[in-house]
Design a protein around this ligand. Structure first.
Ligand code: HEC
Ligand code: HEC
Length: 297
């Protein structure tokens, strides 16, 4: 992706170590970010990234987070928080999206997150936790890292996003990406490039199923297979799942609910592959795939 960056980016910002003498064009998000981080080491995570159009003066981009802290935070998050807020913190059945949370975005090193975690919001379904300041700080670092990752992929609303190699994208589609196990260039994705502008197309395959009414909810809805103690098996749309309860609709549309430990539960998430892909794409893969999808006019 070619991104044109004002060479003033980072200047006039007391949070940046030194005035940035940044070149104007970088290829790919990663090298772009890597070079930007250097003059911005001192910047805090809490800078609201949405407010930072690359064209604006005086902004710099927060430094890469401490990976060890992110890993510790991720572990704590998955043990304590993920069953409500989702594995990737982008919302779940029991709690809101924390990646797009205003509170989380304004947090610095846990200063806003800590009170919520320590006191809970019991009226609203958020329990309190006794975690140490260091643990909360690690969780905060994990959340900010997730946020940074998601935002940068959405932040650069650049004109010419289609810079990849369509042939390499096609090879990835039918090879390493295994896209063809669920999609077909002549079936469901035929003409997909007519439906979306390139940027929207990029977002669509990075985050499918997040566009409200479309695609139809059934195609992205989680389903569950329940095996009862008697051996009877039911499957259908998952309605609710937490550590205590599982609820679903069976094939005839009847609603059922059981204590979680009374049945065997197998959840099928049609978008799980996409969530997984999001962790594995390189920027090059991403742009090659986009270039390929763009040929599906
Ligand atoms: C049982 C479900 C549940 C668990 C477990 C849970 N949360 Fe929450 N959390 C919620 C709910 C529900 C809300 C929304 C409360 C409200 O509407 O004010 C919330 C709100 C929050 C908020 C405030 C978001 C905002 O924008 O106001 C933060 C931060 C947060 N949770 C962090 C955590 C962390 C960190 C953990 C793990 C240590 C955790 N939560 C565990 C249910 C949960
Ligand atoms: C395990 C199945 C699976 C795999 C693998 C998979 N997808 Fe998807 N994809 C889905 C589902 C389910 C949806 C959401 C339903 C829908 O929009 O058809 C979706 C949606 C999409 C959409 C949005 C379609 C639209 O019309 O809005 C695009 C584009 C897409 N995927 C591209 C890809 C690409 C590119 C890959 C490989 C890098 C890939 N998918 C891998 C299952 C998969």
């Amino acid at each position: 992706m070619w991104v044109t960056v004002s060479s003033e980016l980072g200047e006039n910002n007391p949070k940046c170590d030194s005035p940035a003498r940044i070149g104007t064009k970088f290829r790919g998000i990663s090298p772009f970010l890597t070079r930007l981080f250097l003059p911005c080491i001192a910047a805090a995570f809490a800078i609201s990234l949405f407010a930072q159009a690359p064209k604006r003066k005086g902004n710099c981009i927060p430094p890469a987070p401490d990976q060890a802290a992110v890993d510790r935070g991720q572990k704590l998050f998955s043990q304590n928080c993920s069953f409500c807020h989702g594995k990737d913190a982008n919302g779940g059945d029991g709690g809101p999206d924390l990646i797009r949370s205003v509170l989380v975005n304004h947090d610095e090193h846990g200063n806003l997150i800590a009170p919520v975690v320590l006191n809970g919001r019991s009226q609203k379904g958020m329990p309190k936790f006794s975690l140490t300041p260091a643990q909360i700080s690690d969780i905060a670092t994990f959340l900010h890292a997730r946020n940074r990752y998601v935002r940068y992929r959405q932040l650069y609303q650049v004109k010419d996003v289609v810079t990849g190699d369509a042939n390499a994208g096609e090879a990835y589609f039918n090879g390493a990406g295994r896209c063809n196990t669920c999609h077909s260039a002549t079936g469901d994705l035929a003409h997909v490039a007519r439906e979306y502008e390139p940027e929207a197309l990029l977002r669509t395959f990075l985050y499918p199923g997040r566009r409200g009414a479309s695609p139809p909810i059934e195609r992205t809805r989680k389903t569950v297979t329940i095996t009862l103690k008697s051996g009877q098996v039911l499957s259908g749309p998952l309605q609710h799942l937490d550590e205590f309860t599982v609820s679903m609709y069976d094939a005839s549309g009847d609603y059922h609910t059981w204590p979680h430990d009374a049945v065997r539960v197998e959840v099928h998430d049609p978008l799980a592959a996409h969530a997984e892909l999001l962790r594995t794409y390189s920027d090059t893969d991403m742009h090659n795939v986009l270039a390929y999808l763009e040929t599906l006019k």
